[in-house]
Design a protein around this ligand. Structure first.
Ligand code: ADP
Length: 275
């Protein structure tokens, strides 16, 4: 074979070789955890933010990255509506609230503006949020993922060095079907699942009884079925909803609340799994 032919065949081999993804670390943090749900409306963002402040209550320095480009909720959940600044016109300085560093597409666009974007634009926005945000001195960044198994999940799984994912669900069968898909997606893409959380598990009435509105123990059973850790049950509680609406998460505004204590138990398990 002539030298030129050999060169061409080598180039062809490289082109056809399976693509190895280079995972970038999010700078400025020791750990990055994804909070995900396979289905919308199960309380993922509420759980993500309360978990972040529960980790803060354990002494960790936290960052919160809202990766839901189409439906950012962080600005509302912490009542923050400023534009992040940039000193060099490229890298963004995260906003700060309640001692947490925060970044969301919602800080960059007007609240009412719909994000009518195709996949590549979303991926490019995610790259900015993971590579061009000046996170500083964080122990952990909690990433609030959009629901489903789409572009954002793939981008994080293939291109960002993450330390684990948490899957939030409600216990009814319809949500659980999606959870199974979510588990398989993380397994296939090699993202470690730290565990599953059962949100809206029950409602405690004035009579002291626990009403299992969405069914019983479905998330726990699914965790067992797939050999994943079950992290805990969270009740339907009005204070969780009203604190979210006020923009001051319950685990921050009332760390001694009975529901905040449940978040703290889950946060302890997560902290342990990081060491
Ligand atoms: P998702 O991120 O899955 O779409 P959200 O976190 O936005 O869901 O929650 C949807 C609504 O349900 C919000 O109004 C939130 O305050 C409320 N919510 C979530 N979890 C609970 C809970 N355990 N108890 C009471 N309200 C909750």
């Amino acid at each position: 074979m002539t030298e030129k032919k050999a060169e061409m065949s080598q180039a062809m081999k490289e082109k056809l070789a399976p693509k190895q993804f280079v995972k970038t670390t999010i700078n400025g943090t020791k750990f990055t955890i994804l909070v995900s749900s396979a289905k919308g409306g199960v309380g993922k963002s509420t759980v993500a933010i309360n978990l972040a402040f529960a980790l803060q209550n354990l002494g960790l320095k936290i960052g919160i990255l809202d990766a839901d480009v189409y439906g950012p909720s962080l600005p509302k959940l912490i009542n923050l509506n400023e534009k992040p600044k940039s000193e060099d016109g490229k890298a963004l300085i995260p906003l700060e609230k309640y001692d947490a560093q925060c970044m969301s597409m919602g800080f960059l666009v007007d609240e009412q503006t719909p994000m009518i974007w195709r996949g590549p634009m979303v991926i490019s926005a995610l790259k900015t949020m993971t590579q061009k945000v000046l996170w500083k001195d964080r122990d952990v960044i909690i990433v609030d993922m959009p629901p489903g198994t789409g572009d954002t999940q793939l981008t994080f799984a293939q291109e960002v060095k993450v330390d684990g994912a948490i899957i939030v669900s409600t216990p009814q069968d319809l949500a659980l079907l999606d959870v199974k898909r979510g588990i398989q997606m993380f397994d296939k893409t090699g993202v470690k699942i730290l565990g599953l959380i059962d949100n809206m598990s029950f409602f405690k009435g004035d009579d002291g009884k626990e009403y299992k509105i969405f069914g019983e123990s479905g998330v726990e059973k699914t965790a067992k079925e797939f050999n994943k850790e079950f992290l805990g049950h969270l009740p339907i509680h009005q204070d969780l909803r009203s604190s979210a609406d006020k923009g001051d998460p319950l685990t921050h505004s009332d760390p001694e609340h009975e529901v905040s204590r449940l978040f703290l138990d889950i946060a302890k398990k997560i902290k342990l799994s990081l060491n």
